[in-house]
Design a binder for this molecule. Sequence first.
Ligand SMILES: [Zn+2]
Length: 88
Amino acid sequence: MGKRKITITVETHTLLSVRRRKILTRAWCQQCSDFTEFTSLEEAVALTSCDDADLNELIASEKLHTIKTLKESPLVCFLSILRHITKA
Ligand SMILES: [Zn+2]
């Protein structure tokens, strides 16, 4: 019943609820050096409970990973979001 178990539960619940909404895109994350799932900036704001300014700061400090897309707004690495929200 350690902290790790709670973290896994949070990660699983978050991942499942986002998956259900089909808003994840699978792509290569350079900072994770792996294929991870990416979500929109709007979702990242909702998941982290940050405002836009906070989110930009997290991205600038590379606490959140992003990739550029053909569309205008970048996508945010879902793993980096999970790490951020479960660390708090
Ligand atoms: Zn990443």
